[in-house]
Design a protein around this ligand. Structure first.
Ligand code: ADP
Length: 326
């Protein structure tokens, strides 16, 4: 009901009287007053003038469905957003509810107190400054293909930024960089039987409006934010809407087991690694080579020092530049 009242207020440029609202929703003026106050607590500025009624004067910078919806053109991705002000980890929450929720459900929190990167590494997620989200997917494909979803996510983030005139690069397989520094990480996790996927959780963390001082000292050489790089505040709702739109478009090909060449092309053409010397780190072992390409399977093609060319599967590996992060 709160959302319906909010929609009515948003759709009107002028004041709406309490009487009009109470007629529309068959409720008392006192009940409406309660909803209006609750919306105010959520951050909506609502002016009230006794003879005229209510009018919204400003919207809060929050990533609820109500605020993101105007930017969405999807059919099923992001049409159900579970929104939190704070949470330990959006991936963790998504895993808890994945069996009961439909494909495309998205968990979003304004902050994560225990956000995770790959291999259990800590992911910093300060309040209101980023996009911290996890998506529930249920593709009926071979579990071996799931690592490609990370590339779909990376390509979607790349395209969404491009829509806002922001140039980035994809560091295969799971990071997005601006000016050679990480602004986004993707963590894909899966629950499956032998040859059937129960669900996939794709977590995406984006440093959107971090100021310089929000980036910890020990990450300054490898992490930045979109705001720091562009020198301006970014509309998080628009960026999130763009990402969900772009992702659905790319995901449909994957889900329907069609070619994902659109995704591969985006990852290839905007790769931070192709043509560079890289270190491929797998547990204790590090090998040095040159990244040549990303193949149609989404694997990184690397020519190692001994001249052997191998397709590297994205599993549990990390890629680094010879002397630094890239
Ligand atoms: P990589 O594959 O680059 O090592 P992961 O995907 O494992 O990265 O992400 C975890 C690492 O990312 C952490 O160990 C930390 O160094 C870094 N990190 C943590 N939070 C952030 C953030 N908000 N932005 C950029 N990098 C971060």
């Amino acid at each position: 009901m709160k959302q319906r009242i909010l929609k009515m207020l948003k759709n009107s440029e002028d004041f709406i009287s309490g009487e009009e609202i109470s007629k529309e929703f068959h409720m008392t003026r006192a009940a409406i007053w309660k909803y209006i106050n609750s919306l105010r607590e959520d951050g909506y500025n609502i002016e009230s003038v006794p003879s005229k009624g209510y009018k919204i004067t400003s919207l809060p910078d929050i990533l609820t469905l109500g605020e993101v919806e105007p930017y969405l053109s999807t059919n099923f991705i992001g049409r159900n957003i579970q929104y939190f002000d704070t949470i330990d980890s959006t991936n963790k929450r998504a895993k808890e509810i994945a069996f009961d929720e439909n494909e495309g459900t998205v968990i979003i929190s304004e902050e994560q107190t225990d956000g995770k990167g790959r291999l259990g590494r800590h992911w910093i997620s300060p309040k209101g400054k980023g996009i911290w989200m996890s998506m529930i997917l249920k593709p009926k494909v071979d579990p071996m293909k799931v690592s490609k979803i990370t590339l779909l996510g990376a390509a979607a983030v790349y395209k969404a930024l491009e829509d806002m005139n922001i140039k980035s690069q994809i560091k295969w397989p799971n990071d997005i960089l601006i000016d050679g520094k990480k602004i986004c990480g993707i963590l894909t996790e899966m629950n499956c039987e032998l040859n059937m996927i129960n669900y996939v959780i794709m977590g995406i963390g984006i440093n959107v409006n971090f100021d310089e001082e929000d980036i910890p000292m020990d990450l300054k050489d490898k992490a930045t934010s979109i705001k720091v790089s562009q020198n301006k505040e970014i509309n998080r709702k628009e960026l999130l809407g763009n990402i969900l739109n772009q992702f659905e478009n790319l995901y449909i090909d994957f889900r329907d087991e069609k070619s994902i060449s659109k995704t591969i092309e985006i990852c290839r053409e905007n790769s931070a690694l192709i043509g560079k010397e890289v270190r491929i780190i797998k547990r204790e072992e590090t090998r040095v080579g040159k990244a040549l390409d990303i193949n149609e399977e989404g694997e990184l093609v690397v020519e190692f020092e001994d001249g052997v060319i191998e397709n590297v599967y994205s599993g549990e590996i990390s890629v680094r530049g010879l002397n630094g992060y890239v």
